[in-house]
Design a protein around this ligand. Structure first.
Ligand SMILES: Cc1cc2nc3c(=O)[nH]c(=O)nc-3n(C[C@H](O)[C@H](O)[C@H](O)COP(=O)(O)OP(=O)(O)OC[C@H]3O[C@@H](n4cnc5c(N)ncnc54)[C@H](O)[C@@H]3O)c2cc1C
Ligand code: FES
Length: 510
């Protein structure tokens, strides 16, 4: 079964068959309930199943329907850079990041080998470069900090064999890439073979502690468990605390045909603003072409009026540097959660009695962060110490990234002022087919979209998380919340948390 994609389609969605799994039909009891069928949830469920724990995984849509189906799947060093992490958390913090990233990458390689998962996992080098003179200082700073953290790096005059000159850059050895959905399909298969249960189309609605058990209420039945792992990309079980510590960004990707072998198999990323990340993929080994995958041009979720323009900016950047690039076969976008202090949140949920765990704050490093998170949470559930847990502790205060924290909070709060604004169009008549806009209707603001046949979908514009006004995303045909990154489809159904409830249906009075 292919992954459902109400908006754009990634190259992975178009080239993977995901296992068909039924929804939960009755209430069940287990050792651990894992919520979310992306890389974080499936890896955690797999590692716990290996430990002999009974595991039940529930997924709201289908396996891989979230951002793991939209990633570019580079296993690269921290987006937030070793030199920032070292400044914020000291040399020991940077060493923990380096070690956890190395071990997470090795863990994925070991799982691919032991479970014989056919997902094009390959080890390769990566290059961090800068195309601006001021950016070069950052390159050197990152090289020195990575070296101090114990990472295998060297400085080179340019990345080899490319069609453009990267200038002086840092080479990170032995990174990795893979086909993320084929990996998830392999993990799911391995979980079920070890007795784990997986249910899709089963949305967790809340988690309640009842004596020594946690009860996960879903739209289909209850899962009673000793421990719960919330691996929903952003934790839906926490209404406020975690959402003040991280911010949601949207990032865009193109997949362009290039002649087979014409672009070297390396990972590339720069430190510009906007920044870009590049890799090559070969989902069909029989075809005569590879795909050049280029992403970037991030912005805060729900805060871009013309998202489709981002694709054009990326395409211009690619064509200037990769003259062999042919047709654009894929355009897609997705969401990343940026922690205020630059380090993911992996471990015990800060609220409650300690039997609920979260994996979030993935940044653009979800392949490594989510795998490291699964390893760390598995240790905690098994009653073992984990040497990385002091750094990734979700309850830590945002003191290390205080400036960023204050800026992001001010940005979110400013959006409550959107309730005082008028509509984006005078009336629903001004909305063309396939588009959406906010319409003022008396005291209300309504999220109105028009179908190709002219029919209207009308909902309250109030995000069901904490009430910000949602915004139309023309690239994905969704309603996106500028405050904490919730997203809803044109039927008002949640696509991304923290919201779990649909947008309220409404009628136009005008
Ligand atoms: C365009 C793009 C490029 C990226 N590039 C890279 C990269 O090169 N390298 C890298 O390391 N990372 C990258 N990332 C980040 C990486 O993709 C993510 O961090 C990672 O996939 C997140 O995995 P996850 O399991 O946390 O979340 P997801 O894959 O989003 O999985 C969460 C799942 O939980 C489900 N869910 C949500 N709420 C509920 C609920 N209430 N009940 C049940 N289920 C629920 C969702 O349907 C979803 O399937 C990129 C991301 C994007 C969007
Ligand atoms: S996501 Fe928090 S108010 Fe919308």
């Amino acid at each position: 079964m292919s992954v459902p994609h109400p908006g754009s389609t990634s190259i992975w969605m178009a080239s993977a068959e995901m296992p068909r799994v039924a929804p939960l039909a009755t209430s069940v009891h287990t050792d651990v309930c894992v919520i979310g069928g992306g890389i974080a949830g499936l890896t955690t469920a797999y590692l716990l199943a290996l430990e002999g724990r009974r595991v039940v995984l529930v997924e709201a849509v289908e396996l891989g329907a979230g951002d793991t189906g939209r990633t570019t799947a580079h296993f690269f060093p921290p987006d937030n850079r070793y030199h920032h992490i070292e400044k914020a958390f000291g040399a020991d913090g940077a060493k923990v990041v380096a070690e956890s990233f190395t071990q997470a990458t090795e863990k994925v390689g070991a799982i691919v080998d032991s479970e014989r998962i056919d997902c094009e996992f390959e080890r390769l080098d990566g290059y961090l470069f800068s195309l601006t003179t001021p950016g070069l200082a950052g390159i050197h700073e990152e090289f020195s900090a990575a070296l101090r953290a114990g990472v295998a790096v060297d400085e080179v005059v340019r990345a080899p064999d490319l069609s453009f000159d990267t200038g002086q850059c840092v080479r990170f050895s032995n990174l990795a890439q893979f086909h993320p959905l084929r990996y998830l399909a392999g993990l799911a298969d391995a979980i079920v073979r070890r007795g784990g249960q997986i249910y899709t189309q089963t949305r967790a609605l809340d988690i309640e502690a009842q004596r020594h058990l946690q009860v996960v209420r879903t739209d289909a039945g209850e899962v009673r468990a000793d421990a719960v792992v919330v691996a929903t990309n952003t934790p839906f079980n926490d209404r406020v605390v975690m959402h003040t510590k991280q911010s949601a960004y949207r990032t865009y990707v193109l997949g362009l045909r290039v002649p087979r072998g014409s672009v070297p198999r390396v990972l590339l990323w720069d430190n510009g603003d906007p920044y870009y990340y590049v890799r090559v993929a070969t989902p069909d080994p029989q075809a005569d072409h590879d795909y050049l995958i280029v992403g970037g041009c991030d912005h805060k979720v729900g805060q871009e009026e013309h998202p489709r323009d981002r694709y054009r900016v990326i395409e211009d950047w690619v064509r200037e540097r990769f003259p062999m690039a042919g047709a654009v076969d894929y355009r897609w976008s997705g969401e990343v959660m940026e922690p205020a202090d630059g380090v993911a949140y992996l471990g015990r949920n800060p609220l409650g009695d300690g039997n609920v765990y979260i994996i979030t704050g993935d940044s653009g490093n979800g392949m490594t962060h989510c795998t490291a998170g699964a390893m760390l949470v598995t240790d905690l559930i098994m009653g073992r110490d984990n040497p990385w847990s002091w750094l990734y502790e979700p309850a830590r205060k945002p003191t290390h990234g205080l400036g960023e924290f204050v800026r992001e909070q001010a940005n979110a709060l400013a959006h409550y002022g959107d309730w005082l604004k008028g509509g984006e169009v005078e009336s629903a008549d001004d909305i063309p087919p396939g588009e959406g806009a906010i319409v003022r209707d008396g005291a209300r603001r309504l999220a109105v979209s028009r179908e190709a046949d002219g029919g209207l979908r009308v909902h309250s514009a109030a995000c069901t998380h904490l009430g910000c006004v949602v915004s139309w995303n023309a690239a994905e045909r969704s309603w996106d919340c500028p405050c904490h990154g919730s997203r809803f489809d044109i039927e008002g159904m949640p696509l991304h948390g923290p919201a779990t409830k649909p947008l309220e249906k409404a009628e136009l009075k005008q």
